[in-house]
Ligand binder design. Structure first.
Ligand code: BG6
Length: 411
């Protein structure tokens, strides 16, 4: 994105929390790291009326309270003029046409803008309407080198047919290469590190299979509750909110074969092979393979339907029917309002075929275990057994550790 004229980010649904808590802070950090092309502009769009200044101040308040002592007013004041606000109801085609005219008029206020990213930070129920409107208003059309991209978050439909229908609508307006269906887990350093860990070193690959691995556990446990997102969450539940996106991406990265190149299509093709190999559940097996739960105060959350049975916790077992993973269960679990925030992948290796040493009473032999910590412990642990010094042949669990915070080049 660093070549050519600066891009314009258009955020639909800009008055919502995602914009002030995640999107603008992320763009602000990129600005601080000098990774946004000079002249980049951001336009927030939603129905609530704001002036540019009022919108900037609202963002500043939220970002300041999240940043605490790290808040740098001077840096924000240099960044804020790149943010604009335009009031429009993006579900109405005539308002989108008007918006297009206003976006073009922004060119007069600085270096000419050319590439555009449309970020849909709106209710998923509005995706089809807004995407169709963008197409009809000519906003998806690329002219010369002036590219257009659209970013769509989960949930992408609620089942197979609604996902296909949304895809059809998206493809009527945009070409596939313009579309980014994103999963923010793939932006995490620790998740990207999974690829490096597996494919940049050779020592684990020979044992990364059913011959040496007993089972795999993927956990994303959160302490937070649904907060102000009850209305959305009550329709999604933990399976759509966390499993079909974040946990399945983690599963795919752990289980896939090495792609032929580090390129989007090559990676995607390998991930699809894993997903296609997951053994489907038969309805009569659900009770044995899936556990669901709901935290105690969930029904009192704002926006949650009375008597709702939406799950806020789920744990399930999947089997992958391919040569590498036959017979290795994958246990996935995630939930809100849990005792601890921890996201990690545990690779449990098989026990040695025969144990020479006595295990002290009450102690369990855990075997080798590789823990890939995603958050808050960002790192890698390899657990193995060692001798307890001066205790005969008593053995204990020991740990080789790597922490990301120690691996940063600036430390
Ligand atoms: C989002 C879910 O995609 O991921 C939220 O909608 C969840 O419910 C969040 O809290 C977790 O993300 P992170 O980055 O905090 O692990």
């Amino acid at each position: 994105m660093n070549n050519g004229p600066p891009p314009l980010f258009v955020i639909f649904g800009a008055s919502g929390d995602l914009t002030s808590l995640k999107l603008i802070p992320a763009l602000f950090r990129l600005h601080l790291k000098k990774r946004l092309p000079e002249g980049t502009r951001i336009v927030g769009v939603s129905r609530t009326p704001f002036t540019d200044d009022a919108f900037r101040e609202k963002l500043a308040d939220r970002i300041q309270s999240a940043a605490g002592k790290a808040w740098d007013r001077g840096a924000w004041d240099r960044f804020a003029p790149s943010i604009h606000y335009l009031g429009a109801d993006a579900t109405r085609p005539e308002e989108l046409r008007n918006l297009e005219t206003q976006l073009q008029a922004l060119d007069g206020k600085g270096p000419s803008l050319c590439g555009r990213v449309y970020y849909l930070s709106i209710s998923p129920t509005l995706y089809e309407k807004v995407v169709r409107g963008l197409g009809e208003a000519g906003m998806a059309r690329e002219i010369g080198s002036c590219w257009r991209r659209i970013v769509i978050e989960k949930p992408f439909g609620t089942d197979r047919s609604s996902a296909r229908s949304l895809n059809r609508v998206v493809h009527e307006a945009f070409q596939e290469r313009q579309v980014f269906r994103i999963d923010h887990y793939l932006g995490k350093e620790t998740v990207q590190n999974l690829l490096v860990f597996r494919f940049a070193s050779a020592i684990f690959e020979p044992i990364w299979n059913r011959n040496y691995i007993d089972h795999v556990q993927i956990t994303v446990a959160e302490r937070v509750k649904v907060g102000g997102r009850g209305a959305y969450y009550d329709h999604a539940g933990v399976l759509r909110d966390m499993f079909q996106n974040h946990l399945m991406q983690l599963l795919a990265l752990v289980a896939m074969e090495a792609p032929s190149r580090f390129e989007a299509d090559a990676l995607r093709n390998e991930k699809i092979k894993v997903l296609e190999s997951i053994r489907p559940f038969h309805p009569e097996e659900i009770g044995r393979r899936l556990v669901r739960g709901q935290y105690e105060s969930y029904l009192r959350e704002k926006g949650v339907a009375a008597g709702s049975r939406t799950s806020t916790y789920a744990a399930l077992r999947w089997d992958i029917d391919n040569w590498r993973w036959q017979g290795v269960p994958f246990y996935l679990r995630s939930g809100k309002a849990l005792a601890r925030r921890v996201s990690e992948i545990v690779i449990q290796f098989r026990h040695p075929p025969h144990l020479l040493f006595d295990i002290p009473e009450g102690q369990e032999m855990t075997g080798n275990r590789l823990v890939l910590g995603i958050q808050p412990d960002e790192g890698v642990h390899l657990k193995f057994q060692t001798k307890v010094p001066d205790q005969g042949m008593a053995i204990q669990d020991s740990d080789l550790e790597f922490h990301f915070r120690e691996g940063r080049p600036d430390q």
